[in-house]
Design a protein around this ligand. Sequence first.
Ligand SMILES: [Mn+2]
Length: 323
Amino acid sequence: MSIEKVIKGINKGRSFLITSHFNLEGDALGSALALRYLLLALGKKAQVVMEDECPAEYRFLPGSDRLKKIKDIRHIKYDVFAAVDCSDLGRCKAVAEMVDKNKPVINIDHHRSNNNFADANWVDPEASSACEMVFRLFKRMRVPIGRKEALCMYTGMLTDTGSFRHPNTTPMTHSIASELMDLGIDASEVYAHIYQSLGFEDARLLLKAINTVKFDSKNGIVHFSLKSSFLKGRKLSFDLTEQILNFGRMIAGARVVVLFKENMDRPDQVRVNLRSSKQVDISGVARMFGGGGHKNASACTVNGKLEVIQRKVIRRIRRLLNP
Ligand SMILES: [Mn+2]
């Protein structure tokens, strides 16, 4: 198993630059912060740099106040670069462009579509989250887990499993969550930080977005579409996307849920987020349109008009559901 390679890479390094993907969310942030604590416990130096700022609902995470800005990369001394929860270095945007290409790279990820971009790759599509993998790293390296890192890892597992209800939730996921809770994690408090913190204006925006819902009941396809004009002047956070998709999944008979969203800066570009029930592998559809992801949660960005892309993607999904 390539966890060994990652451990070797960690043992060899003294200072680390850690990053994750843009559209920062619980697992990206949680796994990066937890990895930092692991490295610090081993007596190493580590900094976390992200493309995005920390979203408000994650500011309760220990260490989230110490995120470095991209422009700081020049001043950070590191001899190893580590990416967590990233299927592709391109997902780290400017951070990936700015890192020293001569430094060894560590890749810890659970996306099936990971392209093994690093010197030490550890990719486990069976893991619920990158946080679950970092937890295993703590165990394997015999580093005791404190409350801070427990909180980070619990949060990533919570968000990547949709609060322990998506098909990637395994007995292992619950068993790790239980162990982390024993370290003093208040599950309902973490939940409230992330899922019960929607501003009223955001809530109204979410309602409007949900109102775009369409249901192809014959095939079990639920879809939503958002024009860039709808989003203009507003900051639609990633979690709003997740909320829309979660709403779609509540509908009986929904096998695939899709959100089509015009890029705010480039309306000729559409972000397509896909979710599927356990029996349906939706990742192939995302790959067909240049994206990727997990079996039941994938995404792609497609150039073209919203209506045209919508027709094409839905046609593909129908074909997938009716082989
Ligand atoms: Mn993840």
